[in-house]
Design a protein around this ligand. Sequence first.
Ligand code: AOF
Ligand code: ZN
Length: 405
Amino acid sequence: MSAAEDARYMAAALRLSLWHEGQTETNPSVGCVIVRDGAIVGAAVTAVGGRPHAETQALAIAGEKARGATVYVTLEPCAHYGRTPPCANALVAAGVGRVVICLVDPDPRVAGHGIAILKEAGIKVETGLLESQGRRALAAYLSRQVRKRPYVTLKLAVSLDGMLGRRGEEVSITGPLARAQVHVLRAESDAILVGIGTVRCDDPELTVRLPGMRDRSPVRIILDRRLELPLDSNLVRSARVVPVIAASVGALPATAQPSSSMGKGRASVSFCRCGEEQKHIYVAQDVTGQTWNETEAAPISDDPARNALLDAGVHIIDARDLADLLYTLTEHGISSLFVEGGAAVARAFLDADLVDRVIVSQGPVTIGEGGLESPLTPSDMPEKFRPVRKDMFGPDSSYEFERGF
Ligand code: AOF
Ligand code: ZN
């Protein structure tokens, strides 16, 4: 197999991996392509929900043809017993001849062990092919595993003169196609975040509403420092169908330590009420990276707003700052976060330097005097964000910028 052929098949595996992005729970969406005698004999992506893994499905398709074949896989084959036996063992049993891997898996249960199993069985193994593309395709998974925070996408819709709208007044900046793109981006994310101002103004549902896109909407998170989320809002009324988290950032003082056994570092307290029982989940990480996650019965608060939200099925997270909130979200299994607005929320994420990707749609409207200025526009982006893509959705342009980590 030539180097060019290797790159072509790995590119195919990477494209395939994008199919189930955001739909494999805490598992990464991995692509696997099996090639023998110059033909693809099996190809698969991690199933919706996270299992079965890509390799076992691709092997099942290839059957006997897998013997002696070359396998292209975007993440190191797993080495641990989960709901099914390890993929590395399945590849050995199928008698494949060579395995080309894009990224080594940072999951400590795998991290090099998958490669070792293959090599011990005499299989040729190569790693790092198209690594930078792989890091982009698996950014959310890597972010949660390595940085302990979700991959954050900030979405803005700006007018030609760089405005987000007018204060307190709804202005339509982009058209139906650009709004459909937002639903696709939501579907690819584990969670969506807006500020309480957006809830008051638009009463949004923040669900995915595209035919055939997905039957599970992302978790909906509201930055709501004083817990003012209206009980009759669309969000609260559907909180038992699609989870809603009210995040009170700043509710814990900067010096807070959730319990005396925990060190400094990240800290937050999550509350939820399941049936009659109210639970407290303390989450903390000290400066050495050690984490605690303690669940215990929580004393019932005497704050009526807090209790009413909990009664309605809303989860509450008290955090010291945005970084702590993000850390807590990863502990709840959230790898990718889609930040939709408004202006103050966008600024808070940018000021805290917590944005990995920016998607700016620009519609052919001018707002002029009295407009609400956007913190970013396509022509005025901080240097750390590289332009990676531009699309047209009807009359609207959509620009994507990204920074690596
Ligand atoms: C693979 N192929 O397609 C995927 C892998 O919860 P489990 O048992 O499914 O394990 C999750 C871990 O499996 C995840 O953290 C990552 O290390 C690996 N994901 N591995 O061989 C796949 N999705
Ligand atoms: Zn596996």
